[in-house]
Design a protein around this ligand. Structure first.
Ligand code: MLT
Length: 264
């Protein structure tokens, strides 16, 4: 792990391997460790960059109310400069990491040459979800992360996931600062509908879903792929929202063959 300073924040980032850069962006409210099987596998042939977004994992954050997805995207662009990565990255994001990804593609398109979006959506929240997030943000700030840590891991995983994995995610959430959870929720609730961007993304793209994903359903992932000119969609069977952790071999194989197909 490296510690780098980006815009006054102390950022923990795993940089491993050499070759074309692969940027892995974690979901909410997790950190780079959710990519451990991918870091291990892809660092054999690529330079893998897996940061903890500001506030998550071991990275710090300044005191702000909500972190919009564009701010995280701008942070990633600054991180790339800080790490002196000179070629365009293969962007791979899961869920909130995908929300950040659409902003990264919109505002920093020159930094990306391939796209992998996992268990995410392009649409904005509906009104009910937005209200729910505001409520949770308030509760977490008032009462701490206990409630979200107890019920969220079950929602993230499919039926076959192990108890150990569920416990591990619970521990990660328990160690996340209430402010980060509140800021992330409010930030996600503010995110715009990115569907209009999809038809403009000409880059080779891969969409990965989990057949048991209750948070970002595969049908929605398929619709995103249908709107992108150069995208393929793969649904991993018997996997929930955390496909890279729940089905690592299958996930890595799918990504590996996409990377080979789109190699130039
Ligand atoms: C995530 O996995 O990043 C979040 O659950 C996404 C969301 O809450 O929309």
């Amino acid at each position: 792990m490296q510690n780098v300073s980006v815009n006054g924040n102390s950022i923990q980032v795993c940089v491993q391997g050499s070759g074309r850069p692969l940027l892995l962006v974690h979901g909410f409210p997790l950190d780079h460790r959710m990519w451990r099987f991918q870091i291990e596998h892809f660092s054999r042939s690529m330079k893998v960059i897996a940061p903890d977004l500001p506030g998550f994992g071991a990275s710090t954050i300044e005191n702000v109310d909500a972190v919009e997805m564009k701010s995280y995207a701008d942070f990633l662009a600054d991180l790339i400069v800080e790490l002196q990565i000179e070629s365009a990255v293969t962007f791979c994001g899961l869920s909130m990491g995908g929300y950040v990804g659409w902003q990264f593609l919109k505002f920093h398109p020159q930094l990306v040459d391939r796209v992998i979006m996992c268990n995410t959506r392009a649409a904005a929240d509906d009104e009910a979800t937005r209200r729910g997030r505001t409520l949770v943000a308030g509760q977490v700030l008032k009462h701490g992360v206990g409630e979200i840590a107890s019920h969220m891991p079950g929602k993230l995983l499919g039926q076959k996931a192990s108890k150990e994995l569920e416990d591990e995610l619970r521990q990660t959430i328990r160690h996340t600062h209430p402010k980060t959870i509140a800021q992330g929720h409010l930030g996600m609730s503010l995110r715009p509908d990115m569907t209009p961007l999809l038809s403009q993304i000409q880059l080779p793209s891969l969409l990965i879903g989990g057949s048991e994903d209750a948070i970002t359903p595969s049908t929605e992932m398929q619709s995103i792929a249908n709107l992108m000119p150069n995208a393929a969609f793969v649904d991993i069977q018997e996997s929930g929202h955390m496909t890279p952790l729940e089905s690592p071999s299958e996930f890595n194989q799918i990504v590996e063959s996409f990377l080979k197909r789109s190699d130039r």
